[in-house]
Write a protein that binds this ligand. Structure first.
Ligand code: NAD
Length: 328
């Protein structure tokens, strides 16, 4: 299928306006219109990007092939169900839904209606993370920190579902093993929900991941450290910086090394090799939405499909439940 996919965007708030900008620029898509329950906002965005705003969702659904849902998480399940019932392909911003049961319902419906269900876990496309594909990743220990200054947006869900779920999805994509057990604790600081959370996930293959997420911070921090046999990688998702330290036999030349230092390990003559892979300047949202269109057209596979979005949500939900039980 090569004809342009006709797109509608539901929800044009803080993030939705960027969907409008990108869908307007994708040559494989034709942005037909937008819909938002806040009609003033819809008109403002419609005028700014010269796109029609549809006061009725049904009228928009009548004239599109696919939608992008960029509304608060609580509304995802209901909106996505309606769109898929009408045979539309659906891209939903993360988290896929508020509950795992809702996510299961959407996955089932997408199968029944033979429509695509894709989830916006944009951090998978963070430019600093992409160079890791060139290294043979087999993590033994992963440490993640995601701290953000407080903003009202996103507080309709606990910090685990708002922020930590980004890292849960990244970790599930890096570790090729099922989750064995989870420990978690957290506290409430500014909202009635959990604002700071820490979780430790142990996988069946022995890998351990420790994740901290907070929405009460002065500065934005997004760091991932990956430790594995003879390798340590540190990724700063905010700064766009990726650094990899490896231990290699001393004779081995490494084409990407910036510097090397000798390392004696008893009988072994080895070297520490430092590399700083080029972090390409890509627009992750543009690439993600382009992948949605490409997947509808059958040219690509969804980067995060409904099942992956559901898995991230299931782990996040378990973490959140543990925190709540721990607080009782
Ligand atoms: P927002 O509050 O700024 O915007 C939401 C918009 O949706 C508002 O304009 C609101 O009027 C509209 N809306 C609400 N209910 C609606 C409905 N039933 N039908 C139509 N419109 C409706 O929120 P936001 O920050 O843009 O977040 C939207 C979604 O995107 C959330 O699910 C959030 O988790 C997600 N998000 C993802 C990322 C990411 O990194 N992938 C970042 C921010 C937000």
């Amino acid at each position: 299928m090569n004809e342009k996919i006709r797109i509608g965007i539901i929800g044009v708030g803080h993030l939705g306006q960027h969907h409008v900008k990108h869908f307007n620029s994708l040559s494989s898509a034709r942005l037909i219109g937008i819909h938002d329950t806040n009609q003033g906002r819809a008109q403002e965005i419609g005028q700014r990007f010269s796109v029609d705003s549809f006061p009725g969702l049904g009228d928009l659904l009548d004239v599109v092939d696919a939608v992008s849902i960029v509304t608060p998480t609580v509304s995802h399940a209901k909106l996505a169900t309606r769109c898929m019932e009408e045979g539309k392909h659906v891209f939903i911003e993360k988290p896929i839904t508020k509950t795992v049961a809702e996510a299961d319902g959407l996955i089932k419906l997408s199968g029944e209606k033979n429509v695509l269900l894709q989830v916006g876990h944009i951090e998978r496309l963070n430019p600093a993370l992409l160079p890791l594909k060139d290294f043979n990743l087999q993590p033994k220990y992963i440490e993640v920190q995601r701290l953000a200054p407080y903003t009202v947006r996103g507080t309709d869900v606990p910090v685990v579902l708002d922020l930590m779920i980004h890292d849960i999805d990244i970790i599930l994509s890096l570790v090729d093993s099922p989750v064995k057990n989870i420990r978690a604790s957290g506290v409430s600081i500014m909202t009635k929900s959990v604002d700071i959370a820490n979780a430790r996930i142990r996988f069946k293959n022995g890998t351990v991941a420790s994740i901290t997420a907070s929405r009460i911070a002065k500065d934005r921090v997004r760091k991932i450290k990956v430790f594995q046999q003879d390798m340590y990688a540190t990724i700063d998702l905010s700064l766009g910086l990726t650094e990899v330290y490896r231990i290699l036999d001393s004779q081995k030349k490494d084409p990407v090394a910036i510097f090397t230092a000798p390392l004696e390990q008893g009988e072994l003559q080895r070297q520490i090799v430092y590399a700083k892979p080029v972090v390409k300047k890509i627009d992750a949202l543009n690439m993600e939405l382009g992948n949605f269109i490409g997947s509808i057209q059958g040219r690509e596979k969804p980067i995060v499909d409904g099942a992956a979005g559901r898995e991230a949500l299931a782990v996040a939900t378990k973490i959140h439940q543990m925190i709540i039980e721990d607080l009782l």
